[in-house]
Design a protein around this ligand. Structure first.
Ligand SMILES: NC(=O)c1ccc[n+]([C@@H]2O[C@H](COP(=O)([O-])OP(=O)(O)OC[C@H]3O[C@@H](n4cnc5c(N)ncnc54)[C@H](OP(=O)(O)O)[C@@H]3O)[C@@H](O)[C@H]2O)c1
Length: 242
């Protein structure tokens, strides 16, 4: 098991849900963590509940300038990033083809697919040079199966993330850089509040919790550099998998 003490970690979407869960776990494991998202108060409130070294910086992954500024801050405050977690993501309420608009398509693709690409683009050159680095893409089972729960554009964006992670990973496999696509099923996070049908508290309690994804990601981070997990599905026991 590799030690995570002092590893430099950047987490997009780290102010809530899965990203915050991963930040909490990696900071507790000794990593130096930077979390980013569009709402600074949310980032600060999340960071205040974490132990260890956790920095915050505003970030809009859909905006290339904002991504560049975020990673400049990361390098200045932490140094070169060892582990990037792409957890920033959105969905829309009207998910069916007959309900969504072209602007919805652009918005979701821009955050979920292009945003992940922009962030990997920032950290990859240094990882290749150092011959060491790990990228965790928080995709979704909607990145493996075009499920109606996710909807048209969310599934398309997560399939894009799947291809992004796999294609880059194959390019850099001989340079010590690993990319893992994580495909969670339903997780109890604020993103559920954007569902077309309200999710009951009973259902929220029965599905995965952010700390479950965090435990999985932490285990992947602990693996020695020779071991690569290209992709992994994690779902609530009760959720169907077809
Ligand atoms: N919950 C699930 O059932 C589930 C299942 C599979 C996969 N996922 C994926 O898990 C990831 C995390 O979602 P979550 O479930 O933890 O929900 P969440 O709590 O809503 O987290 C999404 C995070 O992304 C940030 N974000 C959104 N747009 C952004 C942007 N343009 N730039 C930077 N940050 C942005 C949000 O912060 P700001 O609003 O402050 O920017 C928020 O902290 C997403 O990629 C989601 O697709 C979730």
């Amino acid at each position: 098991m590799s030690s995570l003490e002092g590893k430099k970690v950047a987490i997009t979407g780290g102010g809530s849900g899965i990203g915050a869960g991963i930040a909490t776990a990696l900071a507790a494991a000794g990593c130096h963590v930077l979390i980013g998202g569009r709402r600074q108060p949310t980032l600060e409130s999340a960071a205040s509940q974490m132990s260890g070294k956790v920095l915050t910086h505003v970030l809009d992954v859909a905006d290339r300038q904002s991504v560049e500024t975020f990673f400049q801050f990361a390098e200045k405050e932490l140094g070169e990033i060892d582990i990037l977690v792409n957890s920033a993501g959105i969905n829309i309420a009207n998910r069916r083809m007959d309900a969504m608009e072209p602007d919805d398509w652009d918005k979701v693709l821009q955050v979920n697919a292009s945003g992940a690409y922009y962030c990997i683009h920032q950290v990859l050159p240094a990882m290749r040079r150092r011959k060491d680095g790990l990228v965790i893409n928080i995709s979704s089972i909607a990145g493996k199966r075009a499920i109606s729960l996710g909807g048209v554009v969310y599934c398309a964006s997560k399939f894009a993330m799947t291809a992004l992670g796999t294609a880059i990973s194959n390019e850099v496999r001989n340079e010590g850089v690993r990319i893992t696509n994580v495909y969670p099923g339903e997780v109890n996070t604020p993103i559920l509040d954007n569902r077309p049908v309200k999710v009951t508290q009973e259902h929220k309690d029965s599905i995965l919790q952010p700390e479950d994804i965090a435990a999985l990601v932490t285990a992947i981070c602990h693996l020695p550099p020779r071991a690569h997990v290209p992709e992994i599905v994690i779902k609530p026991t009760t959720q169907e998998w077809v």
